[in-house]
Design a binder for this molecule. Sequence first.
Ligand code: GRF
Length: 192
Amino acid sequence: MSRPRIAILISGTGSNMDAIISACRHGSLEAETVIVISDNPEAVGLKKAHLQGIKTVAVSYGKGIPREENEVPILEALRAERVEWVVLAGFMKVLTAGFVKAFPNRIVNIHPSLLPAFPGACAIRDAFEAGADITGVTIHIVDEYVDHGPIISQEEVPILPGDTEDTLAARIHAVEHKLYPRALQQLFHEDI
Ligand code: GRF
């Protein structure tokens, strides 16, 4: 079976990136992580990827510069590595419509809520503070809107009595680390 060439885009810790790289290594995800790109040169995930022998690129977004221009080096790196799928894993910049068009239906995102509930950068906190009983994780194809696009997979995570935002976040992340590699394998290799 073919192993699509994927790029993982991160801004921080990269725990989902780790889960994906590890699934590729173990063969449960038939794909090859050819590059990890971050908008944050200090991202811990960049160092982790580098230590695993994966090519890394840091692209700092200049203030006051149009997003399209900031994205140029990312697109160049993706093309140079002949990337087939772009996997967003905690990448905190919104992609332009032009970027999305460059990889039509080939950009995937993970979001820590049951979309369309609680979109945005603070989804775990928002669900917790809203007093919701249930939140979860969504994997979706990226379109030109934020936290929006065809849903590939979702899993519920209950908010338990006695939960703090931290305990809830830990359970959500544990679900993410299993769900993301599994959803990518389905997307790449099954008709869904
Ligand atoms: C995850 O919760 C993901 O759902 C969200 O950003 C977080 C990234 O965490 N988009 P990590 O960098 O993968 O640890």
